[in-house]
Design a protein around this ligand. Sequence first.
Ligand SMILES: *Cc1c(COP(=O)(O)O)cnc(C)c1O
Length: 376
Amino acid sequence: MAYELETLAIHAGAIDDQSAAAVAPPLTMSTTFHHDPDGTTPRGFLYGTLDNPNRKSLEAAVAALEGGRAALAFASGSAATKSVFMALRPGDHVIAPTDAYYGTTRLLREIFDGWGLHATFADMADLAAVRAALRPQTKLVWVESPSNPMLRISDIAALATLARKAGAWCVCDNTFATPVLQRPLQLGAHASLHASTKYFGGHSDVVGGAIVLAEDDALCARLRTVQRYEGAVPSPFDCWLISRGLRTLPLRVRQHAANASAVATFLALHPKVRAVHYPGLASHPNHAVAAAQMRAFGGIVSAQIAGGSAAAQALCGSVRLFACATSFGGTESLIEHRKSIEGPQSPTPDDLVRIAVGLENVDDLIADLEAALATL
Ligand SMILES: *Cc1c(COP(=O)(O)O)cnc(C)c1O
């Protein structure tokens, strides 16, 4: 289909409903499907973990949005991440960002390392450091840009080239940007990964994950095997909810980014804010790379508050419109003292709050932050 993103978001993955000609997609909860005595499946569906109509529809939509050849849906973003690691073999080596999503870091350190899949954590913004981390066994370069919660930017095209030259897969966690703002497959990555829990679902009411593959290749085949037989698949209703979220993804993500940009600009000028991390600010150290590979700069802003951890926590307790809660991607704005969530081992600065800017009127959001900052 040669349609633009907004059109694909609404029409890709449409289900042709034979029973009622419904316009909104039907939900098929069945775990099993009629097959012929010889095992032939008339509509291609056999059993729930292998495939089901709502998962198939979701996967077609996600593949279309990322411009990929295939997509695989999982029960969570972490299940998708874990499936990429499971597609590798003991003895293989992974290069991952020093500031990868904390769950990804913990998976590598606490689970996969013991299974013989070893990781080196590198500053992905420093290509020389990534090159130095390469080993003959390196099979995967994990990219996350913007990163969480420091909003660091790495050059996806350069990292994909580096990985390909080394014979490694380049997988980009594109949860923060979504295909609306950034297209890792077009920048050379083999796969793009999503916590659908965030912007894809978009309403803080469903957990899910997805991987989109640039090619229907060996990585794709291996991941499909992991998906089907390792069993961390989403329920049909979860797929239905995420598909529903996708239909407004372009609209929502653009508004999240516009609101976040205004919030970042406000915070950057506030005397009680020591530093603001947002790739859309000209002061961001990698603003130029961000501007080259992103259409807008996303809905998350991190800020370091003068007065340290106590002041950062007080801010989270003083805002009224922002919910003090983790996650992002829903319609409502959230704020949290990130270090309290990640734990004492986390490298996240003590005075940092992460703000997930929602879809409220941005003047209301800024007024709320202004009032809360005034109490510090
Ligand atoms: C939330 C998140 C994940 C994990 O997704 P879950 O659905 O919570 O398991 C992975 N990567 C990033 C960037 C995330 O924000």
